[in-house]
Design a protein around this ligand. Structure first.
Ligand code: ZN
Length: 131
C-alpha cells in the first residue's frame, strides 16, 4: 500500500494521478492482480476521463450544470459545501483496475483523475493498493 499526497485548489479541481498510480503498480511487481485506488473524504471523487483541456472544461461545465454551487441546499445551514457532498455522492470513492504483466491496463485516452468538489483548497491523500 502506498499513499499519494496531493494539494488541490478545490472547486472541481481535476488532478491527473495516472503516472503516480502506475509508479506504485510497477513497484508492487504483481504479475496479475487488481489495483485499488481509494480517496477518503465526502467532498471528492475519482473517475476516468481523457485529460484533454477542452474535455476537462466540458467536464467542469457538466458538473456545474448537474449541481450548481449556488443551489439552495439544506446542508448549507451548517456548512457551505452542500453541492460538493452531492457531487461526491455521484462518484465512487474508489476505482478497481486490472493489473496484467505488472502494469495497469488502461485505454490510450483513459486517465485516472481525482476531483475535488469542495469550495476551498485541500490537502488530500489517495490510497493505492495492489494485490
Ligand atoms: Zn459539508
Amino acid at each position: 500500500m502506498e499513499k499519494i499526497s496531493i494539494s488541490t485548489k478545490g472547486n472541481n479541481d481535476i488532478i491527473d494521478i495516472t503516472s503516480q498510480v502506475k509508479k506504485v503498480v510497477k513497484k508492487a511487481n504483481t504479475k496479475e492482480g487488481v489495483c485499488l485506488v481509494f480517496s477518503s473524504g465526502s467532498t471528492c471523487g475519482l473517475t476516468m476521463i481523457e485529460n484533454e483541456s477542452g474535455l476537462v472544461r466540458d467536464f467542469k461545465n457538466f458538473l456545474y450544470k448537474l449541481v450548481p454551487v449556488e443551489g439552495d441546499y439544506e446542508h448549507n445551514k451548517i456548512d457551505d459545501n452542500g453541492h460538493a457532498h452531492l457531487l461526491s455522492s455521484l462518484f465512487r470513492p474508489s476505482l478497481s483496475l486490472p493489473v496484467i504483466n505488472g502494469d495497469l491496463v488502461l485505454g490510450q485516452w483513459q486517465q485516472i483523475v481525482f476531483i475535488d468538489f469542495d469550495n476551498r483548497p485541500r490537502k488530500r491523500e489517495i490510497i493505492v493498493l495492489v494485490k
